[in-house]
Design a protein around this ligand. Structure first.
Ligand code: FES
Length: 119
């Protein structure tokens, strides 16, 4: 993507009061790994990565949102590094396509209905 083009999507990773808190029984969020992946693959210009405060429901936890110009997909139960790596893979695919990629089956099965008071 050339300088000055707009991002085609954003990935919001919830890192609020519950998501990623081991003491609350939720798996850790591999923030440094995600940031390194985004930087190493120069994804930020195409797919923004943001770590945000509580997105709303807390249960299920370890939430993420994929926001595109047309839709917001809510994901939950990102339970391990592999699940977060799937987000990186999705961002790479989107960058290659120049538009938001379809979710693969592994990410799609983590989709939840939008929380009523969510972002
Ligand atoms: S802390 Fe993630 S939804 Fe509340």
């Amino acid at each position: 993507m050339s300088v000055g083009q707009r991002a085609i999507a954003s990935v919001l990773i919830c890192q609020g009061c519950c998501c990623g808190h081991l003491e609350k029984g939720n798996p850790e969020i591999p923030r440094a790994r995600l940031e390194a992946a985004w930087a190493g693959r120069q994804l930020e210009g195409t797919v923004r990565l943001r770590f945000v405060d509580c997105l709303g429901p807390c249960k299920p936890a370890n939430l993420a949102c994929i926001k595109t110009p047309l839709t917001t997909v809510w994901l939950a139960d990102l339970a391990d590094v592999g699940a977060y790596d799937e987000l990186t893979a999705w961002a790479e695919q989107s960058q290659d396509l120049g538009q938001p990629a379809p979710l693969d089956a592994s990410l799609a099965r983590r989709a939840i209905p939008p929380p009523q008071d969510g972002a």
